[in-house]
Ligand binder design. Sequence first.
Ligand SMILES: [Zn+2]
Length: 243
Amino acid sequence: MNGDMKKKLVIAGAISPFIFIIFFIVIIFVPVGLVLGIIDFDGGSSSNSYAYEGYSSTNDNTGYYWPIGSSEITTVNGKEFATGSPSATTITAWFAGNDDVHSGAHGAIDIAAVVGQENVIATKSGTVLYPDVNDNVSIGTCTNFPYGANCKSYGNYVMIDHGDGIISLYGHLYADSITVKKGDYVMQGQVIAKSGSSGNSTGGHLHFEIRINGNKSDPLEYVSVDKPRPSNMKDNLITEELQ
Ligand SMILES: [Zn+2]
């Protein structure tokens, strides 16, 4: 065996454990990891409209609140919060659309709600994008249609920017019931309007959208009828606000 050959063998001997480790990771660890859910290739992938860093599992009801509040109101520092059980939880139209009312995609959920009665609340804290203080939100005369929304379809509506590219939209609100305007900071659970049937609507309901980076995403990936909000919301709210 000449010197060159020896060198090659020594190098091969030094490398082989690493090759074995790489082999072990690729063949054994990845499949087992996928099966056990330790590794999730879908997480954060843009190909899956639901996978997003800001995604809040509906098992965690602190991330996003059900957008219909309660008739019970708690006023803290001049802001009204719906702190009881939601007064309306019946979903009448789903995200996919192609139902009795929507001939194509819907891009939202509809929640049956009595005209002028249900308290609509901010699903999460954020800054109001619409309406502007200068907008006339009466149907037929509103002139400002930002973010691909218009008042002919949505009627009186509110859009809230929650940061990280997440926007919520509340449509068909009752005339002159909107209590917030562009630039206002609203807190999660704060009452922003009453439910209505304005715009392109066949009856009293709330049209609720979640938009992620401009794409409509299924709100039921964010809010839940079963877990509308924490049961101790009132205690948390008062503690937070009084700090
Ligand atoms: Zn709708």
